[in-house]
Design a protein around this ligand. Structure first.
Ligand code: FE
Ligand code: ZN
Length: 504
């Protein structure tokens, strides 16, 4: 039998990257599993796939071992438990509360961007096609007639009639480059400002080199981690309690449904988690003339009403609350959890967990990235081909950029932290955001993307912007399969809820 170190060396020699979790799994495995054989098989399987990524993750190894496969098999085949017996399995993997600078200044971004560049470069370097990156300072000296690869943050983008100009900056300097031909031109047009890009250039000795191709760090193909039993998580956001447009009746119906009073018991009794991705309340002074659309004028009062409602959630359900731009606390990202003085009753309850924005969770090994989604405004308004009615498409661009809020200087205030906490360093299984108020679902390379809609009716602002919100429609994720069901709690949908079993 070979050792784990030998297996690793073999992978590297073949141009493969082994993710730390795959490495740990190899170390944990029983003595009768040969790590070298496993790595060889994993590489072989990868190579057979079209457009494969030369990265071996934990799931790739698990797939090779029947006992582990069984653990991840569809729930029907392994589960004999009654849903009531499902134990909570929760890990808060990332919470920034208490880890941020208290300062509210908006200058001194040097460290933040250096941190962003370095983190994203180390993600990009995991791609085997990104090994030979030349620094911008050395570019003119390469004297290379063929293609040269660079990587850096996109500082400027100008979309012309037949070309797109980009200015790229790395630690050593900046350079202007131009994309003429498809698909490079379209990719360039869709690139987000301040995101990391990897570019293949031609004619580096000319004044403006030509972009042959460009791509973001992206996420590798990914087999999601899932629960071994059918256990459900309700994803929601944007209640906007305190607003005259808050759909109180629909929300009350949702609470009754959670208590099991509206039938649908097969699903309801398997709900163990509710995640609220921000905008619990409408806030005060968030936008001009907001008073006209408020029915509760103090933020404390709004929070009290929200807490009263949420306290009705049955206490076998764990509720996670992450803040949004309407909630109390600082506006600049990242945001710490909503401060205790606003939600003291919820803080005292054992089944409520307050999170920062963003935050990361593991529920029965499924990894959730929870983020309110403020930057989606900037992504949608500056990127051709994405719209407010398909927010999951914009979320996909964030995943590819491996950053939750790349664009600096738009509507999204970023705090000048020394570390960029908005880099997506761990690939999630579920990426949950809100903010746009439109329920939307998408799957990208094995990641379930959910924009969880709202409980607020269309506002004047949204009417002007042509945004059609989907209030009262709630996505529910089966953590065993990552399949999503929805329920509609608006008045009109009352009859659609399955009735209690009884005489016809
Ligand atoms: Fe909102
Ligand atoms: Zn919002």
């Amino acid at each position: 039998l070979g050792t784990v170190a030998e297996a690793l060396a073999e992978a590297v020699a073949n141009g493969f990257q082994v993710e730390p979790e795959a490495y740990h799994l190899l170390q944990e495995l029983e003595a009768d599993q040969d790590p070298v054989t496993l790595i060889r098989k994993a590489m072989e399987l990868k190579r057979r796939r079209k457009g494969f990524e030369a990265t071996i993750g934990r799931a790739d190894i698990e797939d090779l071992i029947p006992e582990l496969q069984l653990k991840r098999a569809p729930a029907e085949e392994v589960e004999a438990l009654a849903p009531e017996e499902i134990e909570e399995e929760v890990k808060v993997v990332k919470d920034l509360t208490g880890r941020l600078k208290a300062s509210t200044v908006t200058e001194g971004y040097r460290n933040l961007f250096l941190s962003r560049y370095r983190k994203l470069m180390s993600i990009a370097r995991e791609r085997p096609d990104t090994r030979r990156v030349v620094s911008i300072a050395n570019l003119k000296r390469t004297n290379n007639q063929g293609e040269v690869k660079i990587a850096g943050l996109l500082m400027e983008k100008r979309i012309g009639k037949g070309e797109v100009d980009l200015t790229i900056e790395d630690e050593t300097g900046a350079i202007k480059v131009r994309a003429y031909d498809e698909p490079a031109r379209q990719e360039a047009a869709r690139a987000l400002l301040d995101q990391l890009l990897i570019l293949d250039l031609e004619g580096v000795n000319r004044r403006v080199p030509t972009v042959k191709s460009l791509y973001p760090p992206d996420i590798p193909d990914h087999i999601p981690h899932t629960a071994s039993k059918h256990v459900y998580a309700v994803l929601t956001s944007d209640l906007h309690v305190g607003s005259t447009a808050f759909k109180r009746e629909a929300f009350r119906r949702f609470l009754e449904w959670l208590k099991g009073n509206l039938g649908d018991r097969d699903l309801v009794r398997r709900i163990k988690y509710i995640i609220i991705a921000g905008d619990l309340v409408d806030g005060v002074g968030i936008y001009p003339d907001q008073e006209k659309q408020l029915e509760e004028f103090s933020i404390e009062g709004q929070c009290r009403i929200a807490a009263e409602l949420l306290l009705q959630i049955p206490d076998h359900i764990r509720v996670f609350i992450s803040p949004g731009n309407h909630d109390p606390g600082r506006q600049a990202l990242p945001q710490e959890a909503i401060p205790p003085q606003y939600l003291s009753e919820l803080y005292q309850r054992p089944n409520f967990t307050m999170l920062s924005n963003p935050a990361e969770l593991e529920l029965h090994s499924a990894r959730l990235l929870v983020y309110h989604g403020r930057s989606l405004d900037d992504v949608i308004s500056t990127t051709p081909g994405v719209s407010f009615n398909r927010p999951a498409q914009a979320m996909k661009l964030l995943l590819k950029a491996r950053h939750l809020a790349p664009i600096y200087g738009g509507k999204t205030p970023l705090a000048p932290e020394d570390e960029d906490h908005l880099v997506i360093d761990r690939v999630p299984d579920i990426f949950h955001a809100g903010h746009i108020h439109v329920l939307d679902l998408e799957t990208y390379r094995g990641v379930l993307i959910v924009n969880s809609g709202t409980w607020q009716d269309q506002t004047n602002y949204q009417r002007r912007m042509g945004i059609n919100p989907t209030p009262g429609v709630v996505p529910i994720v089966d953590l065993a399969t990552l399949e999503v069901e929805t329920r509609n709690f608006l008045e009109a949908a009352r009859e659609e809820l399955p009735a209690e079993p009884g005489p016809p």
